[in-house]
Write a protein that binds this ligand. Structure first.
Ligand SMILES: [Zn+2]
Length: 140
């Protein structure tokens, strides 16, 4: 082993280079430096209101989710009555209702469950309307 600064030959016991005085141990032994940012992360809850029982799960957003899901079903159903293209809106609204409902991670809200069910129904009806439309078009 040699001094990193001057290249002088060193023994294992040398802490400093006898030639130039450069510290040997700091060079030879890489120290495991702890990462200060990741070593001690502060356990912070960004949503302190989540565990609060008084927080209302029947929030306006979840009610809107249910409404969007119902509109999705209506639009998709209207296509079966001969109105063109409304089922495309039903599919979009169905996807919106499902994505909104899935944000309710606590999974206890009546409205989010309703929004999920109605969203899936509206989406399925809309997709079914497209399939039927393709089958009818190819049959002609
Ligand atoms: Zn040296």
């Amino acid at each position: 082993m040699f001094c990193s600064k001057c290249g002088h030959s060193l023994s294992e016991q040398d802490k400093f280079c006898p030639e130039c005085g450069t510290a040997v141990a700091a060079e030879a032994v890489p120290q495991a430096t702890p990462l200060p940012s990741e070593a001690n992360p502060l356990p912070q809850n960004p949503f302190p209101f989540v565990n609060t029982p008084s927080y209302s799960l029947r929030s306006p957003m979840m009610i809107a989710t249910l409404v969007v899901g119902i509109i999705s079903i209506c639009l998709s159903a209207l296509n079966y009555m001969g109105i063109p293209y409304v089922h495309l809106g039903g599919i979009v609204l169905g996807i919106i209702a499902i994505s909104l409902a899935s944000k309710d991670k606590r999974d206890v809200g009546f409205y989010s469950k309703g929004g999920l069910v109605t969203g899936i129904l509206g989406l399925s009806l809309g997709v079914l309307a497209i399939i039927i439309g393709i089958l009818l078009a190819s049959a002609v």
